[in-house]
Design a protein around this ligand. Structure first.
Ligand SMILES: [Zn+2]
Ligand SMILES: [Zn+2]
Length: 295
């Protein structure tokens, strides 16, 4: 399995001289399975450039897995050019929205209204199919099996594990803040809350276990996190902790904080690596345009 980063920012696109090295687009990852099935993880603004790369490979058959419907993960969806072309097949997968009770089809239809976009959904020429999927129920896409699991974030957010028929695997979190116990030890609710948190974490670790690569929301440093608790994002430290618990060898830090310049990003990364003594996990900063293969 191969994967390529087309967007590595969280929250908002940040083009310009300060982000030219790591890129300013929001979340989008292209995955190519062993059988060359095209799976796209999230449809942030990076999907626009990704779509340009497909125009020489028509007709397009694409499977877009949406982790959740925050803007930075769907903003590029109306700009995924294959949706306009007859003969293309675009499958869009995601969870039920617990706020509205509606399926993933709503993610695109709300964007494709004249108030927001010049073309409405009925004008799209491609064969577009929506698949509202359930946590823990695997689906098959070509040679790969995808397992969705709910990860803690202010809205329903699926992490996706992809297992390919050649034995390779990866896990992508979308946005994820590992749960923290809001109570202090000794308070009446502390133990039951901690038990729930521990059980959920064990389930997440089981689903990630042994993946060749973990691509994970690492928006903040551990120091910054003290001011950002409850915002829904992980840290460099929490990401490494998960990689170790799940016995993952390659860790890709992504969803970079949008105010971070390239220089700041590299300085934080270097400082993080300098504080470590664990050679068992290879740690990478996700960068737009970089492509990797696993295993
Ligand atoms: Zn996000
Ligand atoms: Zn989010």
């Amino acid at each position: 399995m191969k994967f390529k980063f087309w967007g590595v920012r969280g929250s908002i696109p940040v083009p310009g001289a300060n982000t030219v090295k790591y890129g300013g687009n929001t979340t989008c990852i292209e995955v190519r399975t062993f059988a060359d099935d095209l799976i796209i993880l999230d449809a942030g603004t990076g999907i626009h450039a990704m779509a340009q790369s497909l125009v020489t490979h028509l007709p397009v058959k694409a499977h877009i897995l949406i982790t959740h419907t925050h803007w930075d993960h769907i903003q590029g969806l109306p700009f995924f050019l294959p949706i306009f072309g007859p003969g293309n097949h675009v499958n869009i997968y995601g969870g039920l929205d617990p706020v509205t009770g509606q399926g993933i089809d709503r993610a695109l239809s709300v964007q494709l209204q004249y108030s927001y976009f010049p073309i409405i959904e009925a004008q799209l020429k491609a064969d577009i199919r929506y698949h509202t999927i359930k946590p823990g129920e695997p689906i098959t896409i070509g040679s790969a099996t995808i397992t969705p699991i709910v990860l803690s974030h202010p809205v329903l957010n699926f992490g996706y594990r992809i297992d390919d028929s050649d034995g390779s695997s990866l896990f992508f979190t979308g946005d994820y803040e590992p749960a923290q116990n809001p109570y202090q030890a000794g308070e009446p609710e502390y133990n039951s809350t901690q038990q729930f948190i521990d059980e959920r974490l064990a389930e997440v670790v089981r689903t990630m276990a042994g993946a060749d690569a973990l691509i994970i929301d690492s928006s903040y440093t551990d120091a910054e996190y003290q001011q950002k608790k409850g915002w829904g994002h992980g840290t460099y430290g929490s990401s490494l902790n998960l990689a170790r618990l799940a016995n993952v060898r390659k860790l890709f830090l992504t969803h970079h904080e949008p105010t971070r310049t390239d220089q700041q990003l590299e300085a934080i990364y270097r400082a993080f690596l300098n504080g470590l003594d664990d050679p068992d996990v290879e740690i990478y900063l996700a960068r737009e345009g970089d492509e990797y293969g696993v295993p």
